[in-house]
Design a protein around this ligand. Structure first.
Ligand code: NG6
Ligand code: CA
Length: 521
């Protein structure tokens, strides 16, 4: 452990870290000044527990992510807080459960900013502590004023720059939604004022080509939804016109974000920085760069994992080239669990073979079974984070409180309501204990929750129907409450709610209390 290394200045950081975990955070702020590590968080999109080599992937190889894990800590109970994108990202940044805030489900193309300007976030806490901060990649948390939404041809604010980021290069929502343009800080990049961008949810003219009227021209067919405006041979959710000079090719997203990240890391190498690298891989449409197309036997879904792995490799290279490997806490996580057919005919089912996207767990994206939120979760900081595997429970919602503790910033009373300081666990310090409980939610509208306490898991389905438990969007009737022991039954197959009625009742009551807590602690 760090203690055995003595207390040379080089190892001051771990000491500060441990103090930060147990003492009043503010008291160590100045001591930490010279040793504050950079933080790079890579969040994958729709990546399941079993999709990565070091988590048992059967159908493909992920050498870069595996190397990252072999140089860091691989978590077996690492979670995102929801089984869809927007609520997980909302909670990751605000440190509060999304279910406390109605309207934080999957955001539509014209969604206004869901996190109000001035909200305390993971980014603002680090920015306040003197970090340079950037988000590069998928946003999907809305842009623009409440009741107005994004002003695509004007200033796109509020957005990330109003909640603690100095810089952003964004895909505004998710790439199966319109529009396919980059947002560079407050503006659509390369927008020609003579060709204004219009985005809406109604067909703009009778002859506007869509995935329905021009289906035979598509390079990737749709299976459900995703049949509105066509761009780059792919029909999307929602309609848009104009902004042609600003439109990107799906194939180039990762290259652009990696290049931009490398540029930004190098530019900020002399100060502490926080980079949120929000990959779009492996969300639909899975249209990766030509050099990754066909690179795995799994079709586009596997190729997207290969592209994601490449991104992680490039980020590690950039840190290395700038001499920042030991000074940077690198995190890899996902925003929700896996899905196969999520609306496009991309052979995800047909070419699956024996690959098992959710590993030993049940369900995926959209579900509150373990497969929906228990996902790959790795931290690396050579020399500080001991190499190993950690079974403690930790969640993406915990970064706000943990990183605030790391830099010695105190959390305001009314912010980050559900974020626990898990710094010791994230740093794989021996003896550091993880979360005692965690609420997992779905998209929010259906009222389905998972509640894990130790090895026990209560599943609550107010909606009574679960879909995507089989990763193919099949629906099945489910009882309102189920109880599982994750130690003996990680796949949640053996409902114990009848044989353990007392425990089930107690967990129902505890969960209800957390759901009723509203906007206060
Ligand atoms: C669903 C979309 C799905 C995906 C998801 C959001 C349809 C039929 N399905 O509504 O394709 O876009 O929303 O995914 O439109 S997430 O990872 O960003 O939450
Ligand atoms: Ca997602």
């Amino acid at each position: 452990s760090w203690l055995s290394r003595g207390l040379s200045p080089r190892f001051l950081f771990p000491l500060v870290l441990v103090l930060a975990c147990i003492a009043a955070p503010i008291s160590v702020a100045s001591a930490a000044d010279t040793e504050r590590p950079n933080v790079v968080i890579v969040m994958a999109d729709d990546l399941g527990y079993g999709d990565i080599g070091c988590y048992g992937a059967k159908g493909l190889k992920t050498p870069n992510i595996d190397r990252m894990a072999s140089e860091g800590c691989r978590f077996t109970s690492g979670y995102c807080s929801a089984s869809t994108c927007t609520p997980t990202r909302y909670s990751f940044l605000t440190g509060s459960y999304a279910f406390r805030f109605p309207g934080t489900g999957i955001a539509p193309p014209n969604s206004p900013a869901l996190i109000p300007a001035g909200t305390t976030t993971t980014a603002s806490l680090l920015q306040e502590a003197g970090y340079k901060t950037a988000v590069i990649g998928k946003w999907h948390l809305g842009l623009g004023e409440k009741n107005e939404g994004p002003d695509w041809n004007g200033d796109l604010k509020p957005g990330p720059l109003e909640i603690g980021f100095d810089h952003c290069i964004l895909l505004p929502t998710t790439n199966d939604r319109v529009p396919q343009v980059y947002v560079n800080n407050h503006n659509v990049e390369n927008l020609d004022p003579a060709d204004p961008l219009w985005v809406g949810n109604k067909k703009p003219s009778k002859d506007h080509p869509t995935g329905i009227t021009h289906r035979d021209t598509l390079k990737m067919d749709w299976t459900h939804g995703h049949n509105s405006t066509i761009h780059n041979g792919i029909s999307r959710i929602g309609f848009y016109t104009g902004g042609h000079a600003a439109r990107f090719r799906d194939e180039d997203l990762s290259d652009r974000w990696v290049a931009e990240s490398k540029r930004w890391i190098t530019e900020n190498k002399d100060e502490p920085f926080f980079l949120f690298f929000a990959s779009h891989d492996l969300h639909v449409p899975r249209v990766v760069h030509e050099r990754f197309q066909g690179s795995t036997a799994l079709g586009p879904r596997g190729d997207a994992i290969a592209e994601l792995d490449w991104c992680v490799g490039e980020l590690m290279k950039s840190l290395e080239e700038n001499g920042l490997t030991e000074k940077t806490m690198l995190v890899f996580c996902s925003d929700n669990g896996p899905v196969l057919d999520d609306g496009y005919a991309d052979d995800a089912n047909e070419k699956l073979g024996n690959h098992d996207p959710n590993g030993p767990y049940q369900g995926g994206k959209y579900t509150v079974y373990e497969g929906g939120t228990r996902t790959p979760f790795i931290t690396r900081m050579p020399g500080t984070i001991p190499v190993g595997v950690n079974d403690e429970m930790v969640c993406t919602i915990d970064f706000a409180a943990s990183l605030a503790a790391m830099v010695g910033t105190e959390l305001p009373n009314d912010a980050c309501l559900d974020s626990h300081n898990m710094l010791g666990v994230l740093m794989n310090q021996s003896g550091a204990t993880g979360r005692e409980h965690l609420v997992q939610q779905d998209n929010g509208k259906l009222g389905n929750y998972g509640y894990r306490v130790g090895d026990w898991k209560l599943v609550r389905h107010d909606h009574k129907k679960s879909y995507n438990f089989d990763l193919s969007m099949t629906r099945k009737e489910v009882p309102q409450f189920e109880l599982y022991n994750l130690d003996s039954d990680p796949a949640e197959q053996n409902d114990l709610s009848q044989s353990e009625p007392e425990r089930a009742k107690q967990m129902q009551q505890e969960l209800q209390k957390l759901l009723d807590a509203g906007r206060s602690r």
